[in-house]
Design a protein around this ligand. Structure first.
Ligand SMILES: Nc1ncnc2c1ncn2[C@@H]1O[C@H](COP(=O)(O)OP(=O)(O)OP(=O)(O)O)[C@@H](O)[C@H]1O
Ligand SMILES: [Mg+2]
Length: 394
């Protein structure tokens, strides 16, 4: 039997077994213990169902309602939605085709990827944005949610310590009300038709959260069980609800080992591309038009070179400088820090300094140093002098 109080609006039917009047909801959950014997008996005699209601001061009581009310609250899957009709289809194709203009300027993402995202959301797919840290997964997911003009909900699963209370709710005790259940916002989210639900940092979520989400995300199930017990109350995911999750995992083959394979299988995976040096320079100049272009060029090239180095089999770096870090670095340049100072506080701490001169940090420091030397006017002048000398010599 479920330990949780039934939800307001629950309708039960009374059945006789032996000398007991048992109450069952339309999902077959036995709720006898929540209803006084006299109430159950009189409903049975009258051929009525009972509905759970809330009176003044939060008092819970059961009210006789016509038997026709029993079962109507349970979710009956709707007929195929209107998007299947050719007219709707043409509209959808048009919407997807012109959707690139809905992408915010500050988000760098290729048109195809963006349209693929929009298409997934329109088609009610569960989307999972993957990619390394700081490459724009959360930004893209939030931008998509904003572009959709549908009710949206945000959950950062990486930050929750207690998945049950975030995704399901809490059982409380109150002297007047007795034991009652307060639903999590997530329950409201999945019950909202056409909602777009952002599950940020799913890869960092507690495994309990993954387990709870298994049935929610499964195309054939789409329900949330309020209790682990079999036969406990379930909430159906409403029509048109779309999930957009992010996972901080590389685009490499090993990703499935980080996150449960069965959970990954429930998603359409959208790989976030790591920006090229040109794309990154474009972003930085868009964000910081007043910073010297050569400096921004240095930042984007340094970041790019660290990424290339981290990808190479013989590379000396385990990770590259992320776009997030590039943006932070450029922000410091804008505020008057020089490249060396900016790199020292943002980039260097991300690289291990054990191993002395062979450490990853030394490698990155030397790379930055190279740009500081190359970029200064003095050096440029010397180079010109040298070429003049060379010309004279030849
Ligand atoms: N593709 C991008 N276009 C524009 N800005 C970006 C992009 N990628 C990263 N950024 C910048 O980096 C910041 C961090 O991006 P975001 O939070 O989306 O990264 P993430 O991929 O979700 O990282 P994490 O894996 O750590 O959660 C953004 O606020 C933005 O300034
Ligand atoms: Mg993120």
């Amino acid at each position: 039997m479920s330990k949780k109080s039934p939800k307001i609006g629950t309708v039960v039917k009374i059945e006789m077994s032996g000398n007991r009047y048992n109450a069952f909801d339309s999902d077959g959950n036995k709720l006898t213990s929540f209803i006084r014997t006299g109430t159950r008996k009189s409903a049975y005699k009258a051929g009525s169902a009972l509905e759970c209601r809330e009176g003044k001061g939060g008092r819970i009581y059961w009210w006789k309602v016509p038997m026709e009310n029993f079962g109507v609250v349970s979710h009956i899957p709707d007929a195929p939605s209107e998007v299947e009709v050719p007219d709707g289809h043409a509209e959808i194709v048009d919407f997807i085709n012109t959707s690139y203009k809905l992408k915010p300027k500050g988000l760098v993402m290729k048109e195809l990827k963006w349209k693929y995202l929009v298409r997934g959301a329109v088609r009610g797919k569960n989307l999972l944005m993957t990619g390394p840290a700081g490459c724009g997964k959360t930004m893209a997911a939030k931008s998509l949610v904003n572009a959709m003009d549908r009710p949206d909900f945000y959950f950062n699963l990486g930050a929750t310590q207690d998945p049950r209370s975030t995704l399901i709710g809490n059982t409380h005790f109150d002297k007047k009300k007795g034991t009652y259940f307060s639903e999590a916002l997530f329950v409201k989210a999945i019950s909202t038709p056409n909602a777009v639900i952002l599950l940020d940092e799913l890869s960092r979520a507690h495994p309990d959260a993954w387990n709870i989400l298994m049935t929610v995300l499964d195309e054939g199930q789409r329900y949330l069980r309020l209790d682990e017990a079999d036969g406990s109350e379930t909430i159906n995911v409403a029509e048109g609800v779309t999930f957009v999750a992010t996972a901080n995992i590389g685009n490499e083959y090993t990703s499935t080992r980080v996150m449960d394979k069965a959970l990954m299988d429930r998603f359409t995976i959208v790989e976030m591309d790591v920006l090229t040096d040109e794309e990154e320079l474009g972003l930085l100049t868009y964000m910081f038009p007043h910073v010297n272009l050569d400096l921004l060029k240095s930042v984007s090239e340094i970041a790019h070179l660290t990424r290339v180095e981290s990808k190479s089999d013989t590379g000396k770096l385990s990770t590259g400088i992320s776009t997030r870090t590039s943006v932070e670095l450029a922000g410091l340049l804008y505020d008057g820090f020089d490249l060396n100072e900016a790199a020292e506080v943002t980039a260097y701490p991300q690289f291990a300094d054990d191993g002395g001169v062979d450490s990853e940090r030394t490698y990155v420091k030397q790379l930055v140093q190279k740009y500081i030397n190359d970029g200064s006017n003095e050096d440029l002048f010397n180079e010109e002098e040298m070429t003049d000398e060379e010309k004279e010599n030849s």
